[in-house]
Write a new protein. Structure first.
Length: 151
């Protein structure tokens, strides 16, 4: 019975993920792919800087839910999302911070906030979940404050 419930939950989760991606227009799908490519490109300055300063790759992923609201505001969701990796990279210049970051953060995942000006963080199982809206501000400072108080 427990396996059946888990299977049903997993199927609904996959359907939700699939339906979200399929709800995007072709233009939005292309934009989302471009943002994803930016976040993983080895030639991206933030990818390279994080590896150079922190000593390891810090992968960043984001939800496709960003696409519609960020395109409507002519904003770059990947750039907002990469603020966390950028700030982490600069914090790795300090040996104490670098040690704490390397021990606790393995990846960053960005999720869309319910409010346009919201920005919040959660750190669990090596994943820093960065939640923000299209009108969130001072993201770099908020990342630093969160990490200094939670690592």
């Amino acid at each position: 019975m427990k396996k059946q419930v888990s299977l049903v939950v997993a199927m609904f989760a996959m359907m939700a993920i699939g339906s979200s991606a399929s709800a995007l227009t072709l233009k939005e799908k292309k934009q989302y792919k471009e943002w994803q490519d930016y976040l993983v490109s080895a030639s991206s300055s933030y990818v390279k800087t994080a590896k150079d300063k922190c000593g390891y790759d810090i992968p960043v992923t984001m939800e496709d839910k960003f696409t519609t609201p960020f395109m409507a505001e002519n904003a770059n969701a990947a750039s907002y999302c990469d603020e966390a990796r950028s700030r982490i990279s600069s914090m790795c210049e300090d040996a104490t911070s670098k040690e704490a970051i390397k021990a606790k953060i393995k990846k960053i995942h960005c999720t869309l906030a319910k409010k346009e000006d919201e920005a919040s963080f959660k750190l669990a199982s090596g994943t820093l979940t960065f939640t923000f809206g299209v009108k969130a501000s001072n993201l770099s400072d908020k990342v630093k404050d969160f990490l200094e108080n939670n690592l």
